[in-house]
Write a protein that binds this ligand. Structure first.
Ligand code: HEM
Length: 414
């Protein structure tokens, strides 16, 4: 098939899917409407909840926006991220040999190997780095123009700098690493054209080659970073290179695209609720409460899914072996059964049960404490050093139903 023909076919298929979603959404299916990426998915989560704690969308998947039911499914070992036979769902990412794409026992083995690099002792090691990077970024922002796109000038920079150090990317590879990370990030929004798919595949190939180089370098000169931590496991056969490289690639993606939007969504919520921004300016030690409430109110990862490994009866429904369940985390975080007056952003609220922004059960985010620490440091520093910051134009959101965040967030600094 010629390149032009392949491109035409991909566009045709994407149009057919969009048409199907549009028609299904018009017929009143809230999940189909969510897949069309509206500006706000929150009213649609309410519609899902109104249809029951577990609702089968005409798109095929079961959906839940109930905090209780989602939590139960995430902790239920009858559900996994692959099929019971170990097959990946069709549109899985090519690098999803990472732990997030695996069920036990492989998941358990990989998670155990990566955990020490993100334990509290290591976090204490990274804290001063995060503070220094944050300070430098605020300096750079204040030294420039009065108006900036906050996402580009600040939010996108901090997590990449942190993860570069944590994983162990040498300085000379950083520019390429940053470029490829951004290209791969668009994978999370779904790949609609052949050209985009090729771009993503090429980025993965380049990133793989880069990590092979870095791993060889670290073998000769180990340091305090994730790659060095994992090398003994490669040498004694607990970890294959086919697992190590996806792990190194997955972490930058898991650790940046999410944290970037936690910082962005947090600042946006604060500036839209100026009385709460003033509270943070008066007392930056409120930053952990701000971050917790942002994760609940506007979660950077809005949904993830599980596959039934066996027939499961739940909430009066039969989920058959192989059925998919979409956990609408953004919706579960606004479930009135778990959080009173859930539509209200309120940094002083009683926290209630742990929200599902970082998932629950065996895939609970391994970087949750790091992400919180980065966002808390960032928002506290902004409140201290840029108290007059304000929104300065309309935001442009990212076109993704999984990742909720902005591409453009114009702010005036003074
Ligand atoms: C605000 C920032 C973040 C959010 C909202 C977030 C969210 C999530 C969610 C929802 C999952 C589980 C998905 C599922 O259950 O299917 C997950 C898993 C994971 N996250 Fe995060 N994440 C964030 C930051 C980070 C950071 C900074 C790192 C690492 C440096 C990281 C590393 C991981 C890893 C390794 C997993 C897979 C865990 C497993 O499968 O056992 N994340 N994250």
């Amino acid at each position: 098939m010629s390149e032009l023909e392949a491109e035409r076919r991909a566009r045709y298929q994407a149009t057919v899917v969009q048409e199907f979603l549009r028609k299904t959404a018009e017929e009143g299916d809230p999940y189909a409407a969510i897949l069309l990426v509206p500006d706000s998915p929150y009213p649609l989560y309410e519609q899902i909840r109104a249809r029951g704690t577990l609702h089968r969308s005409a798109v095929g998947a079961w959906t839940t926006a109930s905090h209780r039911v989602a939590n139960q499914i995430l902790r239920d070992r009858r559900f996994g991220v692959r099929t019971a036979e170990g097959a990946k769902p069709p549109e899985f990412m090519p690098f999803d040999n990472s732990m997030l794409g695996l069920d036990p026992p492989d998941h358990t083995r990989l998670r155990r190997l990566a955990t020490p690099s993100l334990n509290p002792r290591r976090l204490a090691h990274w804290q001063p780095h995060v503070e220094r990077f944050t300070g430098e970024l605020v300096d750079e922002m204040l030294a420039g123009r009065d108006q900036v796109n906050f996402m580009r000038a600040f939010a996108q920079q901090l997590p990449l700098r942190v993860i570069g150090d944590l994983v162990g990317i040498p300085p000379r590879h950083r520019p390429l690493f940053f470029r490829l990370s951004r290209r791969m990030a668009y994978l999370l929004d779904g790949v609609a054209t052949v050209q985009a798919a090729r771009g993503a595949a090429a980025a993965i190939e380049e990133m793989t080659a880069m990590f092979h180089d870095i791993i060889a370098e670290r073998k000769a000169d180990p340091r305090e970073d994730l790659i060095s931590d994992l090398l003994p496991a490669v040498e004694d056969g607990r970890l294959s290179m086919d697992e190590m490289v996806p792990m190194c690639m997955f972490l930058p993606l898991a650790g940046t695209e999410t944290t970037v939007n936690l910082i962005g969504n947090g600042l946006l919520a604060l500036l839209e609720h100026p009385e709460q921004w003033k509270m943070l300016v008066a007392d930056p030690s409120l930053a952990p409460a701000v971050v917790r409430e942002t994760l609940r109110y506007d979660a950077p990862v809005q949904q993830y899914r599980r596959i039934a490994h066996t027939d499961v009866e739940l909430e009066g429904e039969l989920i058959a072996t192989g059925d998919e369940v979409t956990i609408c985390a953004g919706g579960t975080n606004r479930d009135p059964e778990a959080y009173p007056d859930p539509e209200r952003f309120d940094i002083t609220r009683d926290p209630g049960p742990e929200n599902l922004a970082f998932s629950s059960g065996i895939h609970f985010c391994l970087g949750a404490a790091l992400a919180r620490m980065e966002a808390e440091t960032a928002l506290a520093a902004l409140a201290e050093r840029v108290p007059g910051i304000r929104q300065d134009g309309p935001v442009r959101r990212r076109g993704s139903f999984i990742i909720r965040g902005m591409l453009q967030f114009p702010v005036a600094l003074r």
